[in-house]
Design a protein around this ligand. Structure first.
Ligand code: F3S
Length: 142
């Protein structure tokens, strides 16, 4: 079930620090709709800032819900603005890292593969390899 928090919770002060304690909202009045083509930028971590978390999972901005959701994850990363909810990643994962997350109002798809069990990833790369728009990027620890 989608977590409901005030839309204002998605905004940050932009000065860095404390961003990871912000709870990201999936709802809001964001009109910055940004349907994007894949693949995910493999170097996004050097170009984007973490703007908060959703159920403990890191979210990288810019985020302007519901139209722009950014990239989610630390090791198992999915660009939610590219994802079309094909579902191949969810079917492919042998350890059930993902579950569907409803994202009503997003222009690319109204549900996304939420990496809620990211810590269980065994880095088999199956999800990254089967994603049609190539919106998944796996970062192996160490
Ligand atoms: Fe599953 Fe992808 Fe990791 S398929 S095990 S989340 S590399």
């Amino acid at each position: 079930m989608a977590q409901r928090v005030p839309a204002a919770a998605a905004t940050t002060t932009g000065g860095g620090g404390g961003g990871s304690s912000t709870t990201i909202s999936l709802t809001g009045s964001g009109t910055n709709y940004s349907k994007m083509e894949g693949p995910i930028d493999p170097s996004f971590k050097t170009k984007r800032q973490p703007v908060g978390t959703f159920q403990g999972i890191k979210v990288w901005g810019p985020v302007d819900p519901p139209g722009q959701l950014g990239i989610w994850g630390t090791e198992v990363c999915v660009d939610f603005d590219i994802c079309i909810a094909d579902g191949a990643c969810i079917e492919a994962c042998p350890v059930n890292v993902y579950e569907w997350l409803e994202t009503p109002g997003h222009p690319a798809s109204e549900k996304k593969p939420f990496m809620i069990r990211e810590k269980d990833c065994i880095f088999c790369m199956a999800c990254e390899n089967v994603c049609p728009p190539q919106c998944v990027k796996i970062f192996q620890k160490g």
